[in-house]
Design a protein around this ligand. Structure first.
Ligand code: GLU
Length: 453
């Protein structure tokens, strides 16, 4: 029996899932994200009959609006390229659509829809007034010059600008979109609209409307959340061996916070392999290699004494106490979960979106490993984006400490909420169910209140 077998769903939700399959053929990642939510919200069906009468389930799996557009641009030699741009405005029950932009060659409508769908419940869990959306393009930033990145961003925003606004839809970064890209996107928006709408994008530079701690927020938030999970088990990061996959913004700041809390991050990775550094990753060197010089983790290994670059096998082969997948979707398959379990892993918390496959999640949960889904554990990034929007509305800027403290409290609250929802619905310790139930109920009740739209 496949893990996405609809007979495992509550009978009322089987037809919902079937209609998602029928209406969205070939969108495997989107199917996976929907299935995971439907599987865990089964207990709501009987308790809230009005959701069925109001076709709430059918409505929530259908994006409010899906935009796809051509993005033409010229490279440095004058050659013309065409990419496809996306913005999926999934749900605005709780606030303006909010979610990042991903620039990666694998981007397609399925990827953007799975991310947008997850974003609805993640944003709901933050407790802040933000709906769910996601966008991006199948553009590969790797190896592109600064000027090429700028021309691509300008072309992308020339179309996107007509669909977004501080009270409508507020994009931010994701894979392949960081501070540099947000700068070029913001400049083009401002030029076309003739408005300094600070709140139209988040992840801005600190001198032009950005928020302190936004850069660090997803990684720090992940570790604050994981720390709560460890506390609930009577332990902490102190003395723990930690493996962090990825080496982008999420991974770097997760690694930094782990080490501040007394853990040792022994490995990070990128698409070409992973680096093992048993002494603990040198965060300043990693930041310099990745953020300043935009190089690879192999360059970190060659510059750091005692570190080794490995291309064989998987980063999950390394024995560790805590695993933090911070790279990309489905990067932790069931075989990796089994290896981690054999090696005694105690906790897996997702920094990336949907990095653990459904089979791997089941293996971890049945082995008694504490497992947190990204929509709870990586919500610190978007939460701090919502704090950036608050600061923009008030034309103000808070200190790093104040913002970081708010982020910390939000992660503690998300942990409390997810644990409470799991308890209330009879699945104690199940963070997946807790996150989906708590996130879903808030959105569903807002949709009921707002009528048939
Ligand atoms: N891309 C991030 C996420 O997956 C952040 C989105 C945002 O800040 O709007 O949640």
């Amino acid at each position: 029996m496949s893990n996405l077998d609809s007979s495992r769903l509550s009978p009322r939700l089987q037809s919902v899932y079937q209609s998602v399959l029928d209406a969205n053929p070939g969108q495997a990642e989107f199917h996976q994200a929907v299935f995971e939510v439907l599987l865990t919200i089964g207990p709501i069906v009987d308790r809230r009959p009005e959701y069925s009468d109001l076709a709430l389930y059918e409505r929530i799996v259908e994006p409010e609006r899906q935009i796809m557009f051509r993005v033409p641009w010229t490279d440095d030699s004058g050659k013309i390229h065409v990419n496809r741009g996306f913005r999926v405005e999934f749900n605005s029950a709780l606030g303006p659509y909010k979610g990042g932009l991903r620039f990666h060659p694998t981007v397609n409508l399925s990827i953007i829809k799975f991310l947008g769908f997850e974003q609805i419940f993640k944003n709901s869990l933050t407790g802040l007034p933000i709906g769910g959306g996601k966008g991006g393009a199948n553009f590969d930033p790797k190896g592109k010059s600064d000027a090429e990145i700028m021309r691509f961003c300008q072309s992308f925003m020339t179309e996107l600008q007509r669909h977004i606004g501080p009270d409508t839809d507020v994009p931010a970064g994701d894979i392949g979109v960081g501070g540099r890209e947000i700068g070029y996107l913001f400049g083009q928006y401002k030029r076309i609209r003739n408005r300094f709408d600070a709140g139209v994008l988040t992840g801005k530079g600190l001198t032009w409307g950005g928020s302190y701690a936004r850069t660090e927020a997803t990684g720090y938030g992940l570790v604050y959340y994981a720390d709560e999970m460890l506390k609930a088990r009577g332990t902490s990061f102190d003395g723990k061996k930690v493996v962090v996959s990825g080496s982008g913004n999420v991974a770097i700041y997760a690694a930094q916070k782990v080490q501040q809390l007394g853990g040792t991050v022994i490995a990070v990775s990128d698409s070409s392999g992973y680096v093992v550094d048993q002494n603990g990753i040198d965060i300043e060197l990693l930041k310099d290699v990745k953020e300043v010089r935009r190089l690879r983790v192999s360059d970190y290994a060659s510059e750091r004494e005692g570190a080794e670059f490995v291309t064989k096998g998987s980063i999950w082969d390394l024995p560790c106490d805590v695993a933090l997948p911070c790279a990309t979707q489905n990067e932790l398959p069931v075989e990796a979960a089994e290896t981690l379990i054999r090696n005694g892993v105690q906790l897996v918390a997702e920094g990336a979106n949907m990095p653990t496959t459904p089979e791997a999640i089941e293996a971890l949960q049945s082995a008694g490993v504490a497992y947190a889904p990204g929509k709870a554990s990586n919500a610190g990034g978007v939460a701090t984006s919502a704090l950036e929007m608050q600061q923009n509305s008030g034309r103000t800027q808070w200190s790093f400490e104040e913002t970081d403290q708010k982020l910390h409290q939000i992660m503690v609250d998300i942990h409390t909420q997810t644990v409470a929802a799991a308890d209330e619905y009879g699945v104690p310790g199940d963070y997946v169910a807790g996150a989906n139930l708590a996130g879903f109920l808030k959105v569903a009740d807002a949709m009921v209140a707002q009528g048939l739209i």
